[in-house]
Design a binder for this molecule. Structure first.
Ligand code: ADP
Ligand code: MG
Ligand code: ZN
Length: 480
């Protein structure tokens, strides 16, 4: 059977406040277990939550940045369930009155734009972390770390409008970029600051009715989300092809084995006995405050992409690569303020620079080659001091040592050879050393020009000006 895959994503994103959502404990990662806790986030009887105003502001900015309708009246609700990492026995979340609805994220695949609608965004507190003794050689014990309880989150729920794992990847990448650009989250995936539940179902292609979904919980890498979806789609197709039914359930992804497995049956909203949290007053936004936040929104990835295409005349694709990360985009813009050929800087950044960073597992913010250093080198190419091929070596050396291109060229004597008589001398040597190729060339095998150019470049360690070499060689080869 030919199936269509249907995906809806729920993303939990940690807002980058200094303190937790309802108490003043630091919202930091990596502290010794249970150090960042107090009676409020430990759920002691009688302790009262107080909403962190900065959480509200960041949340609303996230809503505005994703084109949501901000709900001027919204409210926190208790989601009741028992779990050792949830000391109160309920999680403070939002239910029927979330602060944002009906937004969208625009994704771009192969130059084609598609709007993915958002159902809602709500604020909630994070739970703690259970640590099971099996991994510590203590199978009879389990531990719990409450440092993460009360970390401020927004949950962003998409409509089931994604149609491939590739679209899911594009959606997550774009959403992450929007939240980073908007300055509301670090989206640190390794630390659980941006994680995704993927809801996946299949339906016969052409059918309107949604199939039964499974939900793969808490995947914290975009690549793994993509793999988990692909695995789930394949697994479900097998089940359906056998004539069996999909069980609606919550599953987990094992990234080592590359498989999903059942965690628990799916609970429904009514199982949680939601009710308005009586400890927290409803929230009413004032228009002036919303207007102020709206007017202060920074340029977002989509706008920046469009501006880059227009202003720098680079392709949609290049603009996409250069704006995924706000710091990378600034790097590119700084290059453009120093050097007037955006396409050339774009190619160097997207090619050599990103390759080196990737090899080193480094971020652009840690790049040892500054925009000034890179564009100085590009100027050396333009004024003929070095050729494009040598520039690759120079760049690598700049990256490794942090030296300037000028220093490297001087130290290693990499200046381009543009002196015709010097190049002619080498050409003569090469022709003399390769008489049979010369004869073949002269009897019509003109493809051999490439061979001779290669020999000359080799002899000059790549430093000859390739244009001059080509021209002089042609003249020499044709002359009897
Ligand atoms: P819950 O918290 O129970 O998972 P939500 O309504 O918060 O429910 O989230 C449901 C998510 O699942 C949404 O992202 C939605 O788009 C997606 N979804 C709902 N039905 C399907 C389906 N049949 N196939 C794929 N995704 C679905
Ligand atoms: Mg869900
Ligand atoms: Zn606390």
């Amino acid at each position: 059977m030919d199936y269509e895959i249907v995906i809806g994503l729920e993303v939990h994103c940690q807002l980058k406040t200094k303190s937790k959502i309802f108490c003043s404990c630091p919202a930091e990662f990596g502290k010794p277990a249970n150090e960042n806790t107090c009676p409020v986030c430990l759920g002691m009887p009688g302790a009262l939550p107080v909403l962190n105003k900065q959480v509200l502001e960041y949340a609303v900015i996230a809503g505005l940045a994703t084109h949501c309708e901000i709900q001027t009246f919204n409210q926190f609700a208790r989601k009741n369930y028992f779990y050792p990492d949830l000391p109160k026995g309920y999680q403070i979340s939002q239910f029927d009155l979330p602060f944002a609805r009906h937004g969208y994220v625009t994704i771009n695949i192969d130059g084609k734009e598609k709007k993915i609608n958002l159902t809602r965004i709500h604020m909630e507190e994070d739970a703690g972390k259970s640590i099971h003794g099996e991994n510590l050689g203590q199978p009879e014990y389990s531990y719990v770390d409450y440092n993460r309880t009360g970390m401020p989150l927004v949950e962003i729920v998409s409509e089931p409008e994604l149609r491939s794992s590739e679209e899911a990847r594009a959606y997550l990448t774009e959403l992450k970029a929007i939240l980073e650009y908007a300055g509301v989250s670090e989206c640190n995936m390794e630390e659980g600051g941006f994680r995704c539940d993927a809801n996946v179902s299949l339906r016969p292609r052409g059918s309107e009715k949604l199939g039964t979904r499974t939900e793969v919980k808490n995947v914290n890498s975009i690549r793994f989300v993509q793999k988990a979806i692909d695995y789930e789609a394949e697994r479900q197709a097998k089940v359906l092809d056998q004539g069996d039914k999909i069980v609606q359930e919550t599953r987990l992804y094992d990234s080592d084995k590359g498989v999903t497995f059942s965690m628990r049956g799916k609970e429904e909203a009514h199982d949680y006995r939601y009710f308005p949290d009586p400890d927290l007053v409803p929230i009413i936004f004032e228009d002036d405050w919303l207007e102020k936040l709206k007017s202060e929104l920074p340029e977002l990835p989509e706008q920046k992409r469009h501006r880059f295409v227009k202003e720098y005349e680079i392709s949609e694709y290049d603009a996409g690569v250069l704006t995924v990360d706000r710091s990378l985009a600034s790097y590119f813009e700084e290059c453009n303020s120093l050097y007037a050929k955006p396409k050339v800087s774009a190619n160097w950044i997207m090619g050599d620079l990103l390759r080196e960073l990737k090899n080193d597992d480094k971020e652009i913010t840690d790049c040892p080659v500054t925009p000034k250093a890179l564009t100085d080198m590009l100027t050396l190419i333009d004024d003929g001091t070095i050729n494009g091929k040598i520039a690759k070596t120079v760049f690598e050396e700049m990256y490794q040592t942090g030296k300037t291109s000028e220093e490297i060229v001087k130290e290693k004597g990499l200046t381009q050879i543009t002196d015709n008589s010097e190049i002619l001398k080498i050409i003569d040597q090469i022709l003399e050393a390769n008489p049979s190729q010369l004869e073949e060339f002269r009897s019509g095998k003109e493809k051999l020009l490439g061979f001779f150019v290669g020999q000359v470049m080799k002899q000059t360690k790549g430093q000859a000006n390739p244009g001059i070499v080509n021209q002089l060689l042609k003249e020499k080869l044709k002359a009897p």
